[in-house]
Design a protein around this ligand. Structure first.
Ligand code: GLA
Length: 390
């Protein structure tokens, strides 16, 4: 074990890497977290999503070991702790802790696809808040996947890397998530949201000119943290799968809004509410894109609020903190607001006129304080570029 206490947080990632591992890194890569503008829990129902990459990233410095060196991945982070080791010939998820599991999972997923990787040294840094529903885990996976693909010239497309990272998340980490987070991190471009059809996996960039429109998106991190490898998320996936089976469709994507009255008659009320969220949310994604393209971002506020209400009342994944953040934002003049990400805590977003951002933030802070909740972190995000070599 190597102690990380010597790493100077002010030095660059490369310097820290050299100090820790005793040799220089071959390259550095970064991959962003994401905010989902709209389209929640629709990804694993083969529906539509509209996320954007944020200007907060996971960065890695890495060096690949020579082919005759042991096939061991040594992983460290700038926030300290011991170096974690994973033997590529004996990968056991349970033996790799938290953030290192996302790195190891990507190595595992490449090997599952028949690639034989060399050992590596990796130092991770991240500015994506953990457990805030902003995809800090996907950011790590995507940075590692892109780095291995490029450094080893493996020739996978970005979409193939999305699926590889999802495989790592589903089958190594153990969270049955869709492709939203990894697509946002790998396929986004600056100043755009990414519209993706999660069935065909086709995607296109949708212009999101916030600054030009005098707008900002605030993230309100409630600091009530969540995890998708535990119960709640899995139960939602199961409820959706059951709804689709009982309606005789491959996925809830195939349920047209016009079928909802019939679905209400036949489904258990709890399943029906989940189905209704997915069906109406898919339609809201399409409506959001239409409005964005016809009238610009100031026009989508109501759809964001409707999406939040649907997640709160139908899908049942909001929390008192998220509801308060949304209500306070709207009461203080936000054009719209909604919880974002998987739910059960995490973050809300608020679309605000730049001139009102301060007042909206103050109001949210006051209401949280009045309710006796933990003080939220509030910050603005801009649609940034996808994963890249630094
Ligand atoms: C998490 C998952 C995504 C998606 C969202 C909800 O972020 O990782 O695949 O299902 O929740 O939209």
């Amino acid at each position: 074990m190597v102690s990380l206490t010597k790493v100077d947080p002010m030095s660059t990632l490369n310097d820290s890497f050299a100090e820790l591992f005793g040799h220089r890194a071959d390259a550095t890569f970064a991959a962003p977290g994401r905010v989902n503008l709209i389209g929640e829990h629709t990804d694993y129902n083969e529906g539509f999503v509209l996320p954007f990459a944020i200007d907060k990233v996971a960065s890695i410095a890495l060096s690949l070991l020579p082919a005759d060196a042991p096939r061991v991945v040594r992983m460290a982070s700038t926030w300290g702790g011991a170096v974690v080791e994973a033997d590529l010939d004996r990968m056991v998820a349970e033996e790799v802790t938290h953030w290192a599991r996302y790195i190891a999972g990507v190595f595992w997923a490449f090997e599952q696809r028949g690639f034989t990787l060399p050992g590596a040294d990796i130092l991770l840094d991240s500015t994506v808040p953990v457990g805030a529903g902003l995809s800090s885990s996907a950011a790590i996976e995507c940075a590692v996947a892109l780095a291995l693909n490029e450094q080893l010239r493996l020739g996978l497309t970005r979409m193939e890397l999305v699926l590889l990272c999802q495989d790592a998340e589903n089958n190594f980490v153990g969270a049955p998530t869709g492709i939203l987070d990894q697509s946002a991190s790998l396929l986004s471009t600056a100043d755009h949201a990414l519209f993706q059809d999660c069935r065909t996996r086709e995607s296109r960039q949708v212009n999101l000119p916030l600054t030009e429109a005098g707008l900002q998106i605030l993230v309100i991190d409630t600091r009530v943290s969540h995890s998708h490898d535990s119960g709640g998320y899995k139960e939602l996936v199961a409820a959706c799968t059951r709804g689709a089976a009982e309606l005789g469709v491959v996925a809830l994507r195939d349920v047209a809004p016009g079928r909802l009255p019939e679905a209400k008659e036949t489904l258990h009320p709890d399943i029906y509410r989940r189905v209704r969220h997915i069906v109406t949310e898919n339609q809201r994604v399409l409506d959001t894109i239409e409005l964005l393209e016809a009238e610009g971002p100031a026009s989508i506020g109501d759809l964001l609020v409707q999406s939040h209400i649907s997640m709160r009342d139908d899908f049942g994944i909001s929390s008192v903190e998220l509801d308060l953040a949304v209500d306070a934002a709207v009461a203080a003049g936000a054009l719209g607001a909604r919880m974002t990400g998987g739910g059960f805590g995490g973050s809300a977003i608020a679309l605000v006129k730049a001139s009102t951002a301060h007042a909206v933030s103050e109001r949210i802070l006051e209401e949280f304080s009045g309710a006796g909740f933990v003080t939220p972190e509030i910050f603005t995000v801009v649609p940034g570029p996808g994963a890249r070599r630094l």
